[in-house]
Design a protein around this ligand. Structure first.
Ligand code: UDP
Length: 347
């Protein structure tokens, strides 16, 4: 009997994580995947490039839903996901991370009595004003299987009474990074295109609502990046949301090396040669560590606390980096295989 996994993705970080797990699912006899793309991210450089570069099979269903407020977007996704999930009759609905696509997939499945498996379960910022935090908490509480990247994530779930179905499998982003580093060799071109020398630039990304939605905060973040740029160029691949916020608020991007969003292989090349990373992205905080580049997080808290306690990360308004040591939580690059195994064995 084949175990059917219906995967719901919609946003850039989910394509990257799902690429790794999808590969493991394809390599596992007895598992089959049906992928649904909600359309939350739809630009070629926010979506297609990841499918192409990371070899993700074309989604079986494209819902083409994006824009609108959180409620509207999530509601429309749920309305579209319900008939697809009912018709596909999966054994699992697999969701990733903390976006509206995650929440919509999890809620629809739970209401149809299809068990939910959550990759990147148990992360908490303890800041309920973050839309991502609400998505995580609700998803974790309706999920049957919790795939945790860290020990802290397992503890967070235990604190909320979730102990059954919890698996510390490691971080699928580490799997993704190892794959990208190999693929990037001879294929990534971004450094040459931008005329950047290895070890002579810093890398920044900004896209969180908490930074983009308030023009004063956005100006402060960009001013901070400009200060960092005094020593080396700061490359800023701009997220579409941030570009819109900059245009709306008239905040200046002067002094920064602004480029469009880059593909994952180019990102791996940029990370490999950077002296420092400045970011509000969850994924990038760990990727900085995977490339052993010190990170400064442009937020007031982080879910990836081990990056801070092991000296690889700091909060931009917090204390300096502590002494560095290796982080074992993230596993050995085979988190995706572990996930595929559990999906098969528990079904
Ligand atoms: N990323 C990318 N190109 C870019 C910016 C980011 O490939 O121009 C990758 C990045 O390396 C990380 C992921 O996208 O793996 C992070 O996505 P994002 O910052 O949108 O979301 P978050 O990690 O905060 O959920």
């Amino acid at each position: 009997m084949t175990v059917r996994v219906l995967t719901v993705v919609g946003a850039r970080p989910q394509f990257i994580k799902a690429a790794a797990v999808s590969r493991a699912i394809r390599d596992t006899a007895g598992l089959t995947e049906i992928m649904v793309h909600t359309g939350q991210h739809f630009d070629a450089d926010m979506s297609d490039v990841f499918f192409d570069e990371l070899g993700i099979p074309a989604p079986a269903h494209r819902l083409d839903i994006h824009g609108g407020g959180h409620g509207e977007m999530t509601g429309r996704m749920m309305a579209a996901l319900e008939p697809v999930t009912a018709a596909e009759k999966p054994d699992w609905v697999l969701v990733y991370g903390d976006t509206n696509s995650t929440l919509a997939g999890a809620l629809v499945a739970a209401k149809l009595h299809v068990p939910v498996a959550h990759v990147e379960a148990g992360l908490r910022s303890f800041n309920r004003r973050m839309p991502e935090e609400i998505n995580r908490v609700v998803t974790d509480h309706v999920a049957t299987l919790q795939f945790c990247p860290t020990v802290v994530a397992v503890e967070n779930l235990a604190d909320e009474g979730i102990r059954k179905g919890v698996h510390h499998v490691g971080d699928v982003m580490f799997d993704a990074t190892l794959f990208a580093v190999k693929q990037a060799e001879g294929r990534a071109t971004v450094r040459a295109e931008l005329g950047l020398d290895k070890g002579k630039y810093a890398l920044a990304t900004v896209h969180r609502a908490e930074n983009t939605d308030d023009p004063v905060r956005l100006a402060a973040v960009l001013a901070f990046l400009r200060e960092q740029a005094a020593g080396v160029p700061v490359v800023l691949p701009l997220h579409p949301r941030t570009r819109q916020a900059v245009q709306r608020s008239g905040v200046s991007l002067e002094g920064l090396r602004v480029v469009g969003p880059v593909g994952y292989l180019d990102m791996a090349q940029l990370l490999a040669g950077a002296t420092a990373v400045f970011t509000d992205s969850g994924g990038l905080q760990k990727e900085a560590y995977f490339h052993r580049v010190p990170c400064t997080t442009l937020r007031d808290e982080t879910e990836w606390t081990e990056t801070v306690t092991h000296g690889w990360n700091r909060l931009w308004q917090g204390p300096p980096h502590g002494p560095r040591s290796d982080i074992t939580d993230y596993g050995d690059g085979r988190a995706s295989d572990a996930i595929a195994r559990v999906l098969k064995d528990v079904a």
